[in-house]
Design a protein around this ligand. Structure first.
Ligand SMILES: C[S@@+](CC[C@H](N)C(=O)[O-])C[C@H]1O[C@@H](n2cnc3c(N)ncnc32)[C@H](O)[C@@H]1O
Length: 229
């Protein structure tokens, strides 16, 4: 199993790495098997429903909540940490959800396992703002031009939540020069916004809310490609 995560064997492994095997349906880690599903995720879910992704799904509260609420949609949570994946799978299993799976993979590798226009929506909730090293942020030009332009359907959306004023303002600024995408909704206080009533809180959102920090939210839509046949 280690070959999927490390270049060479280690002396000690995170116990949750092995425990992930308890939920084969809810956690996937084999890169080759995952890559074979590229463009065919609907076969995995055994339906033709729309597919939504979350990058950095943490302990799974958001994507499990979404899957529970929207039984007619499929959800894939992408996360790196073994324990968080295990906890997510436990939650999905407890609710016997059939429309959700979690994968252990770097979000940046998405094009290796997600096909063209396979996705209706991508959620990125409370990503690391990389203060002082902003070039490392996951939301950048590359995400739009190299990834979302390919994997999102026309009119598909990116949904972004953050506690960080700088990240929020920088994404709004970035969108002024990104072609083919437009901001369709934004608020710097989601919980006091009409849209907030349907909001599902993430684990980090719970923490920040308790500290009195507001949740900032941006919804970005991929415009229909005009030169498409
Ligand atoms: C700040 S936490 C936020 C977790 C969750 N979205 C929330 O709001 O509670 C960021 C999460 O993203 C995961 N993560 C960070 N970089 C990632 C990457 N490149 N690909 C996939 N997951 C990543 C981390 O392991 C962590 O669980």
């Amino acid at each position: 199993m280690w070959e999927n995560f490390f270049d060479k064997p280690k002396k000690n492994y995170n116990p949750y790495m092995g425990k992930m095997k308890e939920f084969p349906k809810y956690i996937q880690w084999d890169k080759k098997e995952m890559n074979l599903k590229k463009g065919n995720w609907n076969e995995f879910f055994e339906n033709s429903n729309e597919i939504y992704l979350e990058i950095g799904s943490g302990q799974g509260n958001f994507t499990v909540g979404n899957a529970q609420r929207h039984r007619d949609r499929n959800f894939i949570g992408i996360e790196l940490k073994f324990k968080r994946l295990y906890m997510s799978a436990q939650k999905a299993n407890k609710r016997s959800l059939k429309n959700i799976t979690f994968i252990r993979r770097w979000g940046q590798e998405i094009l290796e396992f997600i096909g063209e226009e396979e996705i209706t929506g991508l959620y990125i909730n409370f990503p690391d703002p990389w203060d002082g090293n902003e070039k490392n942020r996951i939301i950048n030009d590359k995400l739009f031009y190299e990834t979302l332009s390919k994997i999102l359907k026309d009119n598909g959306k990116l949904f972004f939540k953050t506690d960080h004023d700088g990240y929020y303002n920088d994404v709004l600024e970035l969108m002024k020069r990104i072609e083919g995408f437009k901001v369709v909704y934004n608020t710097n206080d989601l919980h006091n916004d009409p849209l907030g009533k349907d909001n599902i809180k993430t684990e980090f959102e719970e923490l920040f809310t308790r500290k009195g920090i507001t949740t900032k939210y941006i919804e970005i839509c991929k415009e229909k490609t005009l030169d498409k046949k």
